[in-house]
Design a protein around this ligand. Sequence first.
Ligand code: RP5
Length: 166
Amino acid sequence: MNKGGTMSKVAIVMGSDSDLSTMRAAGDFLTKMGIEYEYNIISAHREPDIFFKWARELRNRGIKVVIAGAGKAAHLPGMCAALTPLPVIGVPIKTSDLGGVDSLYSIVQMPGGIPVATVAINGAKNAGILATKMLALNDEGLFDKLEKFSDEMAKEVEAKDGKLKS
Ligand code: RP5
């Protein structure tokens, strides 16, 4: 259940409140698409028991897709993928010491059998788009919305090109 009291289809989880400003781009896109979601701040390292319980319950709660963001030694997305059969999209968070390459490598280099669909460093918006595409497989209306979004994006680029020439 999310803040608005409706059932969430997407769980957006992150290891720290310091990730929230980056992860909001995922939620903002889901809002644009009319998809119910929730934010969760749960650390796989700092509160492993709570994290395990939360991840194990995802499917029974009706969640369909997980977006998991983490920085540094970013085990959260991979552990989500280990604990639930739901698809997990990983967002590597940019870090002050190693620029987020640490997060990227931690998330993308999953061993065979436990995939995490990893987007770019701080790529939370793309994670929201990817989650929408997954949900659209059972909801044609979402494909229509995604096509409208792509058309708008193309028009924006075209308008910028037009300005250069005028
Ligand atoms: C990870 O460690 C979090 O995902 C965050 O990106 C990073 C730093 O966390 P804080 O020290 O800011 O809480 O667990």
